[in-house]
Design a protein around this ligand. Structure first.
Ligand code: DAH
Length: 340
């Protein structure tokens, strides 16, 4: 009787375990068959009613069935775990053949492009890149550069004053003085940077714009070094056929001073819209560093000489990219910027 009961338990347990779908249901079966109130335990409780011959036989049968059920449950448990992992892996599978979402890549602003290009050209000629503050003292922006008290660029109309003695720099030239004060010749630097002037905005003027300053100080530096350097720069930046010409000019911090024009790289000098029919485009200011400036920075003008130059980045960007309104460069309209 009892044996049949046990066999039945074994049979239904096996079936139920086989059909179970979840770990939770399996745990319920574990309790149902093996738990303290489980079916096999109940049988063991009834063993008292058995004869002493029957008892060990039934006892070992119960143990055997118990082991079998336990093993089946363990096997099933592993099976379910594996299935769960497989399911999870299938769900999380990454299809690396699906095309990715389009990422929008920005591009370098035309002004940054020109600055990068200019830096490359001068680094190639052995220059270092220098830097200086945009909020500058009048001392460096004017006095150290031999710009006298009555120089027009010191006027309130031309310059953003922060205090009587502190301004937004009107030019990158103060970096010349800062470098010379801190470094013994030989000096060979360029300094790209932002400058500020109290100008009204129009197609060719902006109160904020960019310049690149250049300075070379060493023994025996002459005007021909300046000419050779600028010619090299113009050819590399604007094209191998570019010619340059010097026109006398005045800057307080150079003597002699000159303005440099380049042959129009659009028409080659014949005259066109870009050069306003002149064949030449004004490029920069330059000259031999004034002895007073060298002296101000504790460099002996009898031993050393130097040249300096400065140009506007926007002007080059506009000419090179054929942009006819400076304001476009600052509006940050992606439709415009995308073109360069
Ligand atoms: N700082 C001048 C300007 O803003 C440009 C310039 C002219 C710079 C002559 C120089 C130079 O270094 O030698 O107009």
């Amino acid at each position: 009787m009892m044996k049949e009961q046990i066999d039945k338990i074994k049979k239904t347990a096996k079936e139920e375990i086989e059909n179970v779908q979840t770990i939770k249901d399996l745990n319920d079966l574990k309790v149902k068959y093996l738990g303290k109130k489980g079916e096999l335990t109940l049988i063991l409780r009834q063993m008292g009613n058995l004869s002493s011959e029957e008892r060990p036989i039934i006892g070992s049968l119960v143990n055997e069935v118990r082991d079998t059920i336990e093993n089946r449950i363990k096997e099933k448990e592993e099976e379910l775990e594996q299935e769960k992992i497989k399911e999870k892996m299938a769900k999380e599978k990454i299809d690396i053949t699906i095309p990715s979402k389009k990422t929008v890549l920005g591009s370098c602003h035309p002004i940054t492009q020109i600055i990068n290009e200019v830096e490359d050209i001068f680094l190639g000629m052995g220059y270092e890149i220098a830097d200086g503050p945009e909020v500058e003292t009048c001392f460096y922006n004017f006095d150290q550069l031999n710009a006298p008290e009555d120089h027009p660029s010191r006027d309130l109309q031309d310059t953003f004053y922060i205090t009587d003695k502190v301004i937004l720099r009107t030019q990158t030239s103060p970096v010349q003085a800062r470098v010379m004060e801190n470094k013994k010749p030989p000096i060979k630097i360029i300094c790209p940077g932002t400058v500020y002037r109290s100008d009204t905005i129009d197609a060719t003027h902006s109160p904020v714009f960019h310049q690149v300053e250049g300075l070379v100080v060493d023994k025996n530096i002459s005007m021909s070094d300046l000419k050779g350097t600028l010619e090299m720069f113009a050819k590399k930046c604007l094209g191998e056929n570019t010619k340059i010409r010097f026109r006398p000019h005045h800057f307080p911090f150079t003597e002699p001073s000159a303005e440099v024009d380049v042959s129009c790289f659009v028409c080659g000098g014949k005259g066109c819209r870009v050069c306003k029919d002149e064949g030449w485009i004004e490029l920069l200011g330059c000259g031999m560093v004034h002895p007073n400036v060298l002296k101000n920075c504790n460099i002996d003008p009898k031993e050393y000489s130097g040249f300096a130059f400065g140009f506007g980045v926007e002007r080059i960007a506009m000419a090179k990219f054929g942009i006819d309104d400076l304001r476009l460069l600052y509006e940050n309209d992606v439709r415009f910027l995308k073109q360069f």
